[in-house]
Design a protein around this ligand. Structure first.
Ligand code: NAD
Length: 298
């Protein structure tokens, strides 16, 4: 069934996601503060709206893909009153669990319905419609959004009530951030013990050290030819985005009183790396910082 969709935030992720909705036969009205982003989306068949308010006026669903929770809450403050009562608001941005719950509450208080549905899969996943969505909200809302999520991704998991999608996203990425540091430290230690990276890889990739950070995104060049390490750490998954997600996980751990010691430490290490050499690198490049710091201490 063809739906009328307002799509706000047409950046690296939102632009191709909106284009895939058009390809699937939906009528998409888009808006972005940056004229170039709006123009690029219009080139892919998105109807360019003059404002977020005009984009949502006759929409069945409103999808947002914005940088952070503050942007989502600010935008909701301006557009909730402009939508038709009962419109489904689907936020695909990665934001604080607390902000996601506030966004749900604001939508419901304004007579709307809401779902948080952050994604993994990156820009390539957005372009190729192979994203994974993690959704939080009611079962009826998830069922209504599912055909649209299917047009933008390959998998959608209903994780629970409001905020559960964001919770799944940041917990998964906390595992990933910690495991990338663990794999990087193991390679640096192995090097200092005279172990070749290939030998360590051959053992760990089929033993209990096996994980995605090792077997798909291996931080040293050689063992996994498609990993960013083989192209001078060009992303891939950019370090600043990992730093952002770990900060969200650290915030959630602190506010819920959970002692996630490695998660908090990973957030610190990635924040420093992303502000320095990692600013334009894939997150696996943190191996070079770990190696350099050990060289300095030797
Ligand atoms: P981006 O900066 O490329 O796009 C965000 C867009 O939102 C920008 O074009 C900006 O102009 C627009 N925007 C901001 N405020 C707005 C407003 N009030 N009205 C209209 N437009 C507004 O960021 P992105 O890489 O597309 O990421 C978007 C979200 O997806 C983030 O929350 C990010 O954490 C998450 N995410 C990104 C990736 C990735 O690989 N890039 C992967 C997974 C999740």
């Amino acid at each position: 069934m063809s739906r009328t969709v307002a799509f706000i935030g047409l950046g690296h992720m939102g632009g191709p996601m909106a284009a895939n909705l058009v390809t699937a036969g939906h009528s998409v009205r888009g808006y972005d503060l940056v004229p170039a982003a709006l123009k690029a989306a219009a080139g892919a068949g998105v109807e360019a709206a003059g404002s977020a308010v005009s984009a949502v006026a006759d929409a069945d669903l409103v999808i947002t893909m914005l940088p952070a929770g503050g942007h989502v809450l600010d935008l909701y403050g301006g557009i909730l009153a402009a939508a038709r009562p009962g419109t489904l608001f689907v936020d695909c941005s990665t934001i604080d669990v607390a902000d996601a719950r506030t966004a749900h509450e604001q939508a419901v208080a304004a007579g709307m319905r809401a779902l948080d549905a952050p994604v993994s899969g990156g820009v390539v996943g957005a372009e190729q419609a192979t994203l994974t969505f993690m959704a939080g909200g009611g079962a009826a809302e998830f069922a209504e959004a599912e055909p649209l999520l299917a047009a933008m991704g390959k998998k959608a998991v209903h994780c629970g009530a409001a905020g559960a999608g964001q919770a799944a996203k940041i917990c998964n990425n906390m595992i990933l951030g910690i495991s990338m540091i663990a794999v990087s430290e193991a390679f640096v230690l192995g090097e200092s013990l005279g172990l070749s990276p290939q030998a360590l890889y051959d053992v760990a990739s089929t033993a209990s050290g096996q994980c995605w950070a090792l077997t798909v995104n291996c931080p040293v060049p050689g063992p996994v030819p498609t990993s960013p390490a083989n192209r001078d750490y060009r992303p891939g998954f950019a370090a600043p985005l990992m730093a952002k997600d770990l900060t969200l996980a650290a915030n959630a751990a602190r506010s819920s009183g959970v002692r996630a010691e490695l998660g908090l430490r990973a957030a610190e290490l990635y924040a420093a790396y992303a502000e320095g050499p990692g600013a334009g690198e894939d997150f696996s490049g943190i191996v070079r910082t770990i190696r350099d710091q050990n060289g300095e201490q030797a």
